[in-house]
Design a protein around this ligand. Sequence first.
Ligand code: ACO
Length: 328
Amino acid sequence: MQQKIGFRGLGAYVPERVMTNEDWTRYVDTSDEWIVERTGIHQRRFAGEKETTVDLGMAAARLAMEEAAVQPGELREIIVATDTPEVYNPDTAAYIQHQIGAGEVPAYDLAGSGCAGFLQAVDLACSRVAVRGGPILVLGVEAISKIMSWQDRNTCVLFGDGAGAMVIDQGQDLVEVLAVTTGTDGSKADILGKEIGGTRVPFSKEVAEDNVHNRVVMNGREVFKEAVSRMSAAAHEVLNQVGWSTDDIDLFVPHQANIRILHSVAKSLGFPLEKVYINVQDYGNTGSASVPLALWEARNKGMVPAGSKVLLTAFGAGFHWAAVLLQF
Ligand code: ACO
């Protein structure tokens, strides 16, 4: 029988600390009404004082590994998608490899892919499993509260911290990845991102004095438009790969950027809202953690019984985008 490639373990974690919209009014000139109306976000979770990217990632990884019944020594590779690494260098995956007790296998980050990073890592892991065998641990993890500006109301209210993990493998008894697409449009690289601290604008005393060191550059309207069109196109692409239409899909799990983006993507694809999983109200935009966290919640609520066909899409800085089709 032909081996399938997919995931045999899924986990997610959000830190305990709840940050409400009301809480944000103590830091910036904003209101619960503005945030809810423009984004649909009511609250988000922020890592505790001593909690870091590795702590969040490890919590999600342990759940995924336990569910997959995979021992750390069996892992063939570890890929961590994050824009908020444990340290600038080396990569977060090195710390995860050590803490989880994996062997001396390749462990590396997909950094800078923003909110599309996790699905890009899933794509990479599936091809690596096909060539070298599995299992591979894939993480999407962000602790953005630690490194973003708490003074910029245009961006700070949008984000939250969290982690998601998958164990990708081959075999029969797994959730099959039926189709994948990923893409990049680097001509839009300056529309969304964090430029300070790189070689173009190195971190300096002046930067620190201007208090712009943590600034996220974002053209919100352009990001909005591109997110809708790229996520919709990527979704069509994977559906076309298997000859399905949106009617064949039982649950649509898009990147949880904000409620208006989610509604627009669903509308453009023709999904009724009852087929769209939405948790942005509780967690905000958790970047690369958003898709696995949403899928994990939906699965735990019994929304994807055996036989379900699930469509995932994501979009982020780069611009990068991706879509994945799953058969439960
Ligand atoms: N509270 C109150 N007022 C605010 C806030 C805030 N938190 N943030 C911005 N404003 C003000 C601005 O200063 C501006 O005021 P002005 O008109 O006096 O200059 C006004 O609100 C901005 O209004 P708009 O630009 O019309 O706001 P818009 O309806 O475009 O909503 C938003 C802004 C929510 C950022 C929207 O553009 C958006 O969702 N874009 C997508 C961004 C996104 O999702 N980024 C996440 C990363 S990428 C991804 O995950 C897909």
